[in-house]
Design a protein around this ligand. Structure first.
Ligand code: SF4
Length: 315
């Protein structure tokens, strides 16, 4: 069942008198209840902007986000406050997103206050319960963010998000700032919470191999657009878009003896250099398979096989 529907979403930023950056450039896809959808792309491709629009931290230039049947950006909607409870976001750098002058208990308590009219006793109990839920000892509630490790800070950020009992969480690179062993612990925590609380995640990452272990489906973004979307097995085994193929070819094989370096696709240029989007496919200046029609007509994301979507003339 669809929980979030993203329809023709656009977010343009003015970067100069005549320049416009099309951070999110006409994106349409659905997120199903209970799944973890990976949103993967290079930095600057618009994935964080898209996440922020979905949870209403940004307003879109145009297009819609429908959450459980409600248009979340429609002004004056009676559902506006309730929506904040349903949708939360966990950020890449927990240190930057936690107030350094508040204790862990105050940070989580503030989130409880914003969304409920609870009494004091109830709040203290709830803070303790949330700290335990994310694997932190309740005795740590009086400590400040700088007294915690990176992994513990991310646990506090997750507890804060859980304080409002959301159904849907956008996790924006929550593992990037952490060591590999700590990353595995946070992944386990997110997976356990998903099972316990029937959460739906949009998991943003720049690393396709990282999301493979966490996600059910993966959407690949390139320059403000989703260029491919499929189940993770389908995407890894039968990538259709030349950009996905190039990214996958750069991931080392688990068995180095099997790695055939000759198959690796090296893309010319940089994504940021091609930001002045011309007509045609946004990937055409770097695409090893580009044809004449790729410079004239932009491909649209369309279903090529059951549940496998790609935006490419050739696929
Ligand atoms: Fe490459 Fe053309 Fe496909 Fe774009 S439409 S990805 S340029 S082959």
């Amino acid at each position: 069942k669809k929980l979030v529907q993203i329809k023709n979403l656009k977010k343009y930023f003015k970067t100069g008198r005549r320049q416009v950056r099309k951070a999110v450039n006409d994106i349409t896809f659905d997120i199903y209840r209970g799944e973890t959808l990976g949103l993967v792309g290079e930095s600057g491709c618009g994935k964080t902007t898209l996440g922020k629009i979905i949870v209403r931290l940004y307003k879109p230039t145009s297009g819609q986000v429908i959450y459980d049947g409600i248009d979340v950006h429609k002004t004056g909607s009676p559902h506006n406050i309730a929506l904040n409870k349903h949708m939360q976001m966990v950020f890449q750098d927990p240190y930057a997103s936690l107030n350094p002058r508040m204790t862990a208990g105050e940070i989580i308590g503030e989130a409880i206050d914003i969304h409920s009219q609870g009494q004091k006793g109830f709040k203290r109990e709830r803070v303790i319960e949330l700290l335990q839920t994310v694997g932190l000892h309740p005795g740590l509630s009086g400590r400040y963010p700088h007294e915690f490790s990176g992994g513990q800070r991310q646990r506090i950020a997750i507890a804060r998000a859980l304080a409002v009992e959301p159904d849907f969480i956008v996790c924006d690179e929550p593992l990037t700032a952490l060591d590999a062993s700590i990353q595995a612990q946070i992944v386990n925590l997110l997976e356990d919470l998903q099972k316990q609380k029937e959460l739906t995640y949009l998991f943003i990452s720049h690393d396709l191999s990282m999301v493979r272990h966490i996600c059910n489906r993966i959407a690949v973004m390139y320059l403000g657009q989703v260029v491919e979307l499929a189940s993770k097995d389908e995407l890894f085994e039968h990538p259709l878009h030349p950009y996905t193929q190039a990214v996958l070819s750069a991931i080392p094989a688990p068995d180095p003896d099997l790695e055939t370096t000759s198959r690796r696709v090296i893309l010319p240029g940089e994504a940021s250099n091609t930001f002045k989007l011309s007509s045609g496919c946004g990937f055409n200046s770097r695409c090893p398979k580009a044809e004449a029609r790729c410079r004239q007509t932009a491909p649209v994301l369309s279903e090529k096989g059951s549940g496998h979507w790609a935006a490419c003339h050739l696929s």
